[in-house]
Design a binder for this molecule. Structure first.
Ligand code: ZN
Length: 482
């Protein structure tokens, strides 16, 4: 059995397990884990898949919170991947249309990656059940991708060959709408820590004995500011100083600035990063310091495939928008009012597929995947339309029935699309053909240095500081798929 009947079985499974889908999404919401510290989230997802009969590889590419779960055998190989990290200082109570922390100043979900994870896991389990019941051939892979907010993990997965045998990969991401797209969607980015090393001395007694690392950070900043006049207009460079010394009477021997360089092409981002490196070396020379450069993120622009967009659109239409209640609609409007965005309520109609889409300046670390295999994106309506991500208002609906209904709809669209790709050879062929045309003569060359190691300590201290207080709010029930 393939086609509509198997899809109906997947949709039935998800309807029947609506509670488990919601509990999974809520569990991750209250874990509220920062990038690279998603230990509870990854453990729960990996164990759910394992209990379901998937073979789980934990610690993928050296990421303690990354995993790949595999079910089935042989070709085609279809994959789904997504992120599940939260953001610092984004703790927000759910179901209230005003800014209110769950734990003061703690990390939290204010974009909805908790829902992304629930769509991925429940959609994959639904597909696995249908594959098992109907003897559908092929392999399903589920990739857990840590640290999206810092653009980290997926370039490592691509570099290490984890997508080498994949025929098509779907990414799921929360939205206010139920839609998909094709074309270039996001910018490429390289971000790196520039740490300058000098020598301390008393700032008042023997300043001439010092080599001032903070001076180098300041001079790099001046150099970048001067260079801006000569940057192509669509390039971006932004930075924060993460360490500037300890106290004024000790000239700092160590200072660090974290820069992000972006552009519409990988080559543009690479060239800007190289310019940043030259400026840093110049700053080091001027201050008699040395500079050490540690790449944090290196991602290609995101490109979504037309053939896969057509498959996803068909399945979005089949799943349909959730039926919103009057209370949900009222809450959405109250929230839009409070966030000072247009008050249009929840999504009420589907947008027909059109494209190519307009490329925008944010980045996502799934970009590298999209240049080695056809990649599609399922946008699902689990948040309130028009709400700005990372703002408290984008967290206020994430453990409500709005999120639960939108997540369930997203899981259906994902499951339906994966089943098409497993069982309808023409869909996969069209994805591959359109992919070849879209890529043209661009050669994928990773921006990630070949010997780069995952930044496993990122966000550790911050997370450890808040986790004990956050633990009191964890969901007690464990999601159970029946
Ligand atoms: Zn996101």
């Amino acid at each position: 059995m393939s086609g509509p009947a198997s899809k109906a079985a997947a949709f039935d499974f998800l309807e029947r397990n609506a509670n488990a889908v919601g509990t999974l999404s809520d569990s991750l919401f209250y874990f509220g884990e920062l990038g690279m510290q998603e230990h509870e989230s990854a453990a729960l997802m990996a164990s759910l898949l394992e209990e379901e009969g998937f073979t789980v590889e934990r610690g993928l590419s050296g990421f303690p919170t990354g995993f790949c779960a595999t079910y089935g055998a042989g070709t085609p190989v279809v994959a789904v991947h997504t992120e599940y990290d939260a953001n610092p200082n984004n703790s927000q109570a759910s179901g209230v249309a005003e800014k209110r922390c769950i734990v003061d100043n703690a990390p939290g979900h204010c974009e909805g990656h908790n829902c992304n994870a629930a769509v991925m896991i429940s959609g994959a389990i639904a597909v696995k059940r249908v594959m098992a019941a109907n003897g559908i051939a092929g392999t399903l892979k589920v990739f857990g991708a840590p640290g999206e907010e810092q653009l980290i993990s997926r370039p490592y997965y691509v570099r290490d060959g984890h997508f080498a045998d994949v025929d098509a990969a779907l990414h799921v991401h929360i939205s206010g709408e139920f839609d998909t797209c094709y074309g270039l969607t996001h910018f490429a980015a390289v971000s790196a820590y520039f740490t300058f090393h000098g020598e301390t001395s008393h700032a008042s007694v023997t300043p001439w004995k010092a080599r001032d690392a903070l001076d180098a950070v300041v001079l790099m900043d001046v150099g970048m500011a001067q260079f801006r006049e000569h940057m192509e207009t669509d390039l971006r460079a932004h930075r924060v100083i993460t360490h500037g010394g300890d106290q004024p009477n000790t000239i700092p021997a160590r200072a660090t600035v974290w820069w992000t360089f972006r552009g519409p092409t990988a080559e543009g981002a690479r060239k800007l990063f190289e310019q940043g490196r030259r400026i840093a070396e110049g700053a080091a020379m001027m201050t008699n310091t040395t500079v050490e450069i540690e790449v944090m993120s290196a991602v290609w622009p995101v490109r979504t495939n037309q053939g896969l967009a057509e498959v996803i659109q068909r399945n979005i239409e089949l799943a349909g928008l959730p039926a919103w209640s009057t209370d949900e609609e009222t809450f959405a409007r109250d929230l839009q009012k409070a966030a000072a965005v247009p008050v249009g309520g929840l999504a009420k109609k589907l947008t027909p597929l059109s494209g190519p889409t307009r490329q925008r300046s944010p980045s996502n670390d799934c970009g590298d995947v999209s240049w080695v295999v056809p990649m599609g994106r399922v946008g699902f309506p689990a948040n309130v339309p028009g709400i700005p991500f990372h703002h408290w208002s984008a967290g206020a609906a994430l453990a409500t029935s709005i999120a639960h209904k939108g997540t369930l709809a997203g899981a259906k669209a994902l499951a339906g699309s994966l089943l098409d790709l497993l069982a309808v050879p023409a869909d996969l062929t069209r994805a591959k053909e359109t992919f070849r045309t879209e890529i043209g003569d661009v050669k994928y060359r990773p921006l990630l240095p070949p010997d780069q190691k995952p930044p496993v300590a990122l966000n550790r201290e911050l997370m450890e500081q808040y986790r004990p207080a956050m633990r009191a709010h964890y969901v007690k029930a464990r999601p159970r798929f029946v």
